[in-house]
Design a protein around this ligand. Structure first.
Ligand SMILES: [Zn+2]
Length: 236
């Protein structure tokens, strides 16, 4: 009996490690993982830049990569990232961006993860109908989407993979329409146009996200005069 218990105690940690690393061998985005799983797999490996895998390309085609897309897929990269939500849970995230900003984004999001800066969701917009409004309402942090600037015919920096929206539900875009009325995107985030409302996902000037993005050369939409896009960082 004693020998059996001894064997069990010896085997349990090994089994736990195996199952934890098993979770991370099959990167299931959106899934929560333990601190132990990250350690077993290696935090370094959880922040990776790769060329767009075939399975991801198929997911993007007809969605964030519509037929009229003029962005060369060879300029895009797929990022695997970790982030923590406001409850401190570690989640597996992903992002597609331009290769020129890939290393910066990995560095920024790794620092935010290490500082436990809360980010609720980090999925490709293709998993949310490639619909900007739906993605923003789901508070989804994302980058690439071949689309025009809302309310204009100009291509967005998101169409190049050089702009990131962070926690968009709680950091909406606020602009005045041609009719003089104030428009808030996403509509579900209307209450958060009031920047004095405290929420765990509120992005403020000089907070960790703002400082990191700025230090890598990104501009913040919350500092613009014509409109206030509190979720938005872009590389000029
Ligand atoms: Zn944006």
């Amino acid at each position: 009996m004693v020998r059996f218990l001894f064997l069990l105690v010896m085997l349990l940690p090994a089994y736990a490690r195996a199952s934890d690393s098993e979770v991370l061998r099959h990167w299931r985005v959106g899934q929560t993982v333990s601190e132990a799983a990250v350690t077993a797999y290696g935090e370094e490996r959880c922040f990776a830049v790769v060329e767009i895998p075939d399975s991801i390309l198929r997911l993007m085609q007809g969605r964030s990569l519509p037929k009229e897309c003029r962005t060369d897929v060879a300029t895009l990269r797929y990022l695997r990232l970790l982030h923590r939500d406001a409850h401190g849970h570690i989640r597996l995230g992903e992002m597609v961006c331009h290769r020129d900003v890939a290393r910066s984004l990995v560095s920024i999001f790794r620092s935010l993860y290490q500082q436990a800066y809360p980010i609720e969701r980090m999925l490709l917009i293709d998993r949310l109908g490639a619909d900007d409004e739906q993605s923003m309402a789901a508070n989804n942090t994302s980058c690439f989407n071949f689309r025009r600037v809302a309310g204009s015919s100009r291509l967005s920096k998101h169409a190049l993979g050089k702009a990131v929206d962070v926690n968009p539900l709680y950091n909406p875009c606020v602009r005045r329409g041609a009719d003089g009325k104030i428009r808030v995107s996403p509509a579900a985030g209307k209450a958060y146009a009031d920047r004095s409302l405290p929420t765990p996902y509120r992005l403020l000037r000089d907070d960790a996200a703002h400082r990191l993005f700025r230090s890598h050369g990104f501009q913040w939409g919350g500092a613009w005069r014509s409109l206030k896009d509190y979720q938005h960082f872009e590389m000029p």
